[in-house]
Design a protein around this ligand. Structure first.
Ligand code: NAD
Length: 535
């Protein structure tokens, strides 16, 4: 048995478990600390007793806000048995030096197995056939299916769950193609998966399975236009998050026969009310069962228990959510560069469409003479944060980048022309190089090159980029459209290769860009692409 952790004064660590935790997790905790389980505790009682505990473990039902954290004068760690930390004020915890740990990886296999179950159910109409027999029927002709062997499975999102689905699909002799903006080709190759753009994945696949988080850039990622790209007769599976598919567009695509059907575990509204998906004969619906296995629950308990015990023992927990608090003024020169680095990472992921094979980070001028580690971590944070539900922090950015197989090399150049210092992010795809660079002027970060175009703007707030042919009237058209939607422009820049050639317009805005503006811009002659980003 692991010895009980002792506090200096000779008492053992005390852990409060405030919501249900699997036996396996409790066993780890009780082997090493004194554990109180109070799963129906009221907020008032929690406020009164929290200062007796070194660690608190919750699920999603307990609000761990600033007030509770302040009352927990002895608290050193908060454990969240699950992934999301919306119910925990991580910022306040960080400021108080309280470590927050969670268990983001424990349900990957459970969700992947469910996705495989849904793929096979769609291919062989298993739920519909069951219903038919249960109602007294015995017709085989109605349920003629397909083998999945030799079919193409398209994965949108190739993180933990996507990779587990790929492993299983390969065992069923499927070809697997994936789209994920931050996964390396090597990692995909290790699993026998090829990477492609989202449109290519949709066009090639017989089954498309979604494994992306729900973040701003993935809301309605699968919309009416993308559904039209799918093969006639293809199926789509959503065991990720509701909101990633536009549900009305999905029903229309199935009704029009442009795709064959869908299997849905996660809905825009849960439980779904009056959704046309529910009674649709070509849609399999289940009640968000992804993580619902005994094994996943057990593993969540074990992961969070180990994280809490590691943090109490002063070791680095595997799934730390927050970083030690470092005051920005302590970072001196590096603080504005770290901010710039995060922005360049987010811009790169927002703008580059093709799979990125590797990155190069270039630290030049004044930046080359200092420790570049916080800037490196900040670039990784930027690359990962827009594409993950997990809170990406300086503590976990490198670990997560390694998990994703994200490849980068670094270069320091003591000299730089025109500026005191310069940070450059180069992203290499199969077809070329995309360069994003910036500098710091009067402690403020500025982007000076965006995807090969020279522009100068402060990377913050709402931004809109258009890739277009330089033509008279373009700026006016974009401005009028934004004005019609009450979006105020605060600055505008155009970078171009040559007059009337390929150009990039960058607008900084006081308001967010509604999705319909992007759709209308894409319909404008001469505009090839419009991208809205929030930094
Ligand atoms: P993960 O963070 O390991 O992987 C997500 C991947 O999606 C990352 O590699 C990321 O780069 C990629 N991605 C982000 N934006 C993208 C985009 N626009 N296009 C393509 N790829 C993009 O997460 P995970 O653990 O694999 O979880 C995947 C999803 O499954 C999450 O939404 C999670 O909430 C959901 N989930 C569902 C259940 C369930 O019960 N159905 C249970 C657990 C997790």
């Amino acid at each position: 048995m692991v010895p009980l952790f002792l506090l200096k004064e000779g008492t053992v660590y005390r852990i409060l478990v405030a919501e249900p935790l699997a036996e396996e997790g409790l066993a780890r905790l009780t082997a090493s600390a004194s554990v109180d389980i109070k799963t129906s505790i009221s907020r008032d009682e929690l406020m009164t007793i929290i200062d007796n505990y070194d660690a608190l473990i919750v699920r999603s039902g307990t609000k761990v806000d600033r007030e509770l954290l302040a009352a927990g004068s002895r608290l050193r760690v908060v454990g969240r048995a699950g992934t999301g930390v919306d119910n925990i004020d991580v910022e306040s915890a960080t400021r108080q030096g309280i470590v927050v740990v969670n268990a983001p990886a424990s349900n990957s296999v459970a969700v992947a197995e469910l996705a495989m179950g849904l793929i096979l159910s769609l291919a062989r109409h298993i739920p519909q056939a069951h219903q038919h027999v249960a109602e007294g029927g015995w017709s085989r002709a109605k349920f003629m299916g397909h083998e999945v062997r030799g079919k193409t499975l398209g994965l949108i999102g190739f993180g933990r769950i996507g990779a587990e689905v790929a492993r299983r699909a390969k065992a069923l002799e499927m070809d697997v193609v994936a789209y994920d903006p931050v996964v390396s080709i090597e990692r995909a190759q290790q699993l026998g998966v090829s990477l492609a753009s989202i449109d290519d994945v949709l066009q090639q696949s017989d089954f498309v399975s979604l494994h992306v988080p729900l973040v701003e850039s993935t809301r309605h990622l699968i919309n009416a236009q993308r559904l039209t790209l799918m093969k006639r007769g293809a199926y789509i599976i959503n065991a990720a998050r509701g909101g990633v598919i536009d549900e009305s567009a999905l029903v229309e695509a199935i009704d029009s026969g442009s795709i064959a059907g869908a299997a849905i575990d996660a809905y825009e509204q849960e439980p779904p009310v009056n959704s046309p998906l529910l009674k649709h004969p070509k849609v399999i619906t289940i009640p968000h069962l992804g993580a619902s296995t005994i094994e996943a629950q057990a593993m969540t308990g074990v992961d969070v228990a180990e994280g809490v015990l590691d943090a109490l023992a002063g070791q680095s927990p595997r799934y730390a959510v927050n970083a030690p608090y470092i005051a920005p003024e302590d970072l001196g020169l590096l603080a504005p560069y770290a901010k710039l680095a995060r922005s360049l990472g987010k811009l790169c992921i927002g703008v580059v469409d093709d799979p990125i094979q590797r990155y190069e980070f270039v630290y030049a001028g004044e930046l080359a003479s200092s420790s570049t580690s916080p800037v490196r971590t900040a670039i990784l944070q930027g690359l990962l944060s827009g594409v993950s539900e997990q809170r990406i922090t300086p503590v976990n950015a490198q670990v997560i980048a390694r998990e994703r197989g994200l490849r980068f090399s670094e270069l320091t150049l003591p000299e730089v022309e025109n500026y005191a210092g310069m940070l450059e992010l180069r992203a290499y795809t199969a077809t070329g190089k995309h360069v994003f660079s910036g500098t710091v002027l009067r402690d403020t970060p500025f982007v000076v090159e965006l995807d090969g175009y020279w522009v100068t703007f402060e990377p913050s707030g709402s931004l809109l980029f258009t890739y277009h042919r330089d033509r008279p009237g373009m700026i006016g058209r974009v401005g009028t459209l934004l004005g019609a939607h009450d979006v105020n422009i605060s600055s505008m820049q155009v970078g171009r290769i040559a007059p009337r050639e390929q150009s990039l317009m960058v607008l900084t805005l006081d308001d967010s860009v509604p999705a319909e503006v992007i759709a209308q811009l894409m319909n404008e002659a001469h505009i090839q692409r419009a991208v809205a980003l929030e930094l």
